[in-house]
Design a protein around this ligand. Structure first.
Ligand SMILES: NC(=O)c1ccc[n+]([C@@H]2O[C@H](COP(=O)([O-])OP(=O)(O)OC[C@H]3O[C@@H](n4cnc5c(N)ncnc54)[C@H](OP(=O)(O)O)[C@@H]3O)[C@@H](O)[C@H]2O)c1
Length: 293
């Protein structure tokens, strides 16, 4: 059966790779793009075989038309409440009106079902959308991939290559953190989009590494001895982030303010996958070490 998949967010990093993976699997791929999306990116999508439909998330009629005959809507949208809650809800309404049976929301993060509301603002938006979609008559599947492996290249405290330090929290030296590359997440999401029998949640990781293991990986990659630095408890870290968030209210309107980045780090040390669904599809996975090479 020829699947028709509608991708929202195709002009983004994950969405573009997802379109390619879907096309490679023989799917017909439609993408809703904005008038304001980069012309070169839209042209590239069309060149590789994606049908682009120019519309806005506010245009329910055009979204519903875009969903006609679609077997799964996949959202890789990035944004705040207007996108993750309001925009995705519009897309959901259109999908249901058009009779689309399945919807994969733009989660692609640490397993937020293990986290309390307030722990991570961007995950709270996903939790809000989760409560909306779970009330509707459509098959929803969230993909939890932990962190994208490339975030380790951003000089975050977990792998500070400038100071050769690896931060960890009390009792978490051997705590495994889930990492998956963008490529592997895109490939897995494409396979899931074409699989009519996916469960509500799929949990994946190309690698699960602890701070202690990161020291050994860093030694092999950079030839240097990285120092482990204990930062206190995750509970104290949460209190500190709360204080910074209160002091920086303008960050509420930004996607990645400094306190949000701290919330991601907090989340890495507070939730991880007990079991993985990696083997559901025949894919090969890039390890953290290989991805950092
Ligand atoms: N686990 C992790 O470590 C990690 C890291 C990064 C991202 N993520 C998640 O992965 C997913 C994809 O992220 P990404 O990095 O691929 O994002 P991205 O490159 O920033 O792309 C975002 C996409 O959303 C679209 N978009 C944004 N605002 C919109 C609006 N108001 N109306 C319509 N479209 C809009 C953009 O369209 P335009 O091109 O028109 O702007 C673009 O296609 C998100 O859920 C994100 O939170 C996870």
């Amino acid at each position: 059966m020829n699947h028709v998949i509608l991708v929202a967010g195709a002009t983004g990093e994950l969405g573009g790779k997802l379109c390619m993976e879907l096309l490679n699997r023989g799917a017909t791929v439609r993408a809703i793009v904005r008038a304001a999306s980069k012309e070169t990116t839209k042209a590239h999508l069309r060149k590789i075989g994606v049908t682009t439909i120019e519309t806005e998330l506010s245009d329910l009629r055009s979204l519903t038309a875009a969903c006609d005959g679609v077997s799964c809507v996949v959202s890789t949208l990035a944004g705040l409440h207007d996108v993750i809650v309001t925009g995705q809800s519009q897309l959901l309404q259109a999908a249901i009106a058009a009779g689309v049976p399945r919807f994969i929301p733009s989660d692609f993060c640490t397993d937020y079902t293990q986290l309390q509301v307030g722990a991570n603002r961007n995950f709270d938006l996903r939790k809000t959308f989760q409560s909306i979609i779970d009330e509707r008559n459509i098959q929803a599947t969230s993909i939890f991939n932990g962190a994208f492996t490339h975030v380790l290249k951003y000089g975050i405290p977990l792998l500070n290559t400038n100071d050769q330090q690896i931060a960890y929290y009390t009792g978490k030296l051997d705590w495994k953190i889930d990492f998956t590359t963008l490529d592997d997440t895109a490939a897995y999401t494409a396979a899931a989009a074409l699989d009519n029998a996916t469960p509500r949640y799929l949990r994946i990781a190309g690698g699960q590494v602890s701070p202690r293991e990161l020291v050994a990986i860093s030694k092999r990659l950079f030839g240097k001895d990285f120092q482990l630095t204990e930062q206190g408890t995750v509970e104290d870290f949460a209190l500190y982030i709360k204080k910074v968030r209160e002091e920086q209210p303008q960050g509420e309107h930004e996607l990645y303010p400094s306190w949000q980045q701290m919330q991601y780090l907090y989340s890495m040390f507070s939730a991880h996958h007990a079991t993985l669904d990696n083997d559901r599809y025949p894919l090969s996975w890039q390890s953290v070490e290989d991805a950092l090479k």
